[in-house]
Write a protein that binds this ligand. Structure first.
Ligand SMILES: CC(C)(COP(=O)(O)OP(=O)(O)OC[C@H]1O[C@@H](n2cnc3c(N)ncnc32)[C@H](O)[C@@H]1OP(=O)(O)O)[C@@H](O)C(=O)NCCC(=O)NCCS
Length: 249
């Protein structure tokens, strides 16, 4: 990637930023549903009112904001019996015969850095299909959150290599209208504290803002190190979320 000085925004980015403060945040109330019914429709599987991602892309599912019995039945049929329904993004709770599998406190942060759009660093590489085994290996070692063999198809993924080995990465995941989520932020334990994650998130912020969109992300409440990093980069908390999964009946 070509390095770009950060202090002065290019004209198009400055114009994009002018509208950013007013950006409608409603799609962030159900970013999974807003992505699957919009820019990720090509990665979706649908049945009636229920929608989920294709296998190996993501496990997230969505039903309408006030789902009736039929919507839950559609989602159960879409996923199949005894399958994981990852419903962190949905404000509604499934019927009692859906067994809770996990629930973890987290928060949603939105980028609020104003003119502080980071420079695109020179040592960051765009990751392609050939890099997926290395990405899966890094995720297994660092556990940044859900990431599967086809998650890369949700957006652009960037990485840092050291001696031919992928040591850090971050990428774009959910894409509700006007917004792009930054996800899979991780650095190999032996490469931490060198600013890799900061530069990768900064590079993604820079790209997203240049498109006239606004970055957001999700993080577990207990991940205080990552929250500190994101706040330092210009993110602020918009709301709390619960990462929760249920098993279909
Ligand atoms: C969070 C993580 C990506 C940071 O990677 P990194 O490349 O070491 O981060 P950077 O070097 O860019 O930044 C480190 C900064 O972040 C903060 N930070 C990162 N990890 C921290 C930790 N474990 N405890 C406290 N602060 C931490 C500090 O503020 C530190 O600031 P400093 O630069 O003044 O020292 C890395 O620890 C990781 O892979 N963790 C496991 C996966 C994960 O939780 N990902 C986030 C999912 S939302």
């Amino acid at each position: 990637m070509t390095p770009r000085p950060s202090s002065r925004l290019p004209r198009t980015t400055r114009e994009a930023h002018t509208t950013m403060a007013d950006r409608d945040a409603t799609p962030l109330d159900d970013p999974v549903g807003a992505s699957l019914r919009g820019r990720h429709a090509h990665l979706a599987r649908r049945l009636g009112a229920a929608v989920t991602y294709q296998a190996e892309v993501a496990t997230f599912s969505s039903v309408p904001a006030e789902p009736d019995e039929r919507a839950w039945a559609d989602l159960a049929r879409l996923l199949g019996p005894g399958q994981l329904a990852d419903l962190f993004s949905s404000p509604a709770s499934p019927p009692p015969d859906w067994e809770p599998v996990f629930a973890l406190d987290g928060r949603q942060l939105i980028w609020d850095g104003g003119d502080r759009v980071p420079a695109a660093p020179g040592d960051v590489t765009e990751l392609g299909a050939d890099d997926v085994p290395h990405m899966l290996d890094l995720v297994a070692r660092t556990r940044p959150g859900p990431f599967w063999a086809r998650t890369r198809e949700m957006g652009a993924y960037l990485g840092v290599f050291d001696g031919g080995r992928l040591v850090a990465m971050a990428g774009e995941r959910l894409r509700p209208p006007g917004w792009t989520e930054i996800s899979a932020v991780c650095t190999a334990p032996e490469a931490r504290g060198r600013g890799h994650a900061g530069r990768l998130v900064g590079a993604l912020v820079s790209r997203i803002v240049a498109r006239g969109e606004r970055p957001f992300l999700h993080v577990a409440e207990a991940n205080t190190g990552a929250i500190a990093l994101y706040e330092r980069l210009g993110f602020r908390t918009r709301r709390t979320v619960t990462f929760r999964g249920f098993r279909t009946p």
